[in-house]
Design a protein around this ligand. Sequence first.
Ligand SMILES: [Zn+2]
Length: 176
Amino acid sequence: MSSSSGNYSGSSGHMCTYETCVLRTSLTVDNFGRRFLGCSRYKVGPKCPFFRWIDNPTCMRGNEAAHLVQQKLQLAYEREREATQAAAEAIQAAAEATQMAEIAQDRAAKATERERKFRASSVQAKEIAVRALEQERKCRIALILSWCFFILVMLFSCFGSSENVGMMRLSLPDGL
Ligand SMILES: [Zn+2]
């Protein structure tokens, strides 16, 4: 960076003059806030070396303050970066928690379904057991009745007349 003595300096395919050049303010630490005239095509395309300070050099205290400002900006930038990272991690953790909750809900639903099926099958088993008991009870009654009939027949054949036995046989149902 050097002050230009003339109205323009040419190179890089074009020329800047006082009419076409641009007034800017330096943001560098060593010349913070110092205005200058510069090439109009700065940051656009090939620029010429046209350059001239407008303000006097920044005082020593100004340069010190610029250093402090730069350090604070750097610190603020670091904090913002950390905060952004923390926020991203929090979002990630929330997403993982949501996923875990969904998995847990799914498992709970499956467990409920299994329990429902188990209850239904246990009800069926109870019904079958009740029917079996009923069947067994009927069989016992039939057995007892057949024994009673057998004993009666024996008693009639031993002590009763042959006519009474015949009447007894007629009064009992078939198959017993
Ligand atoms: Zn230029």
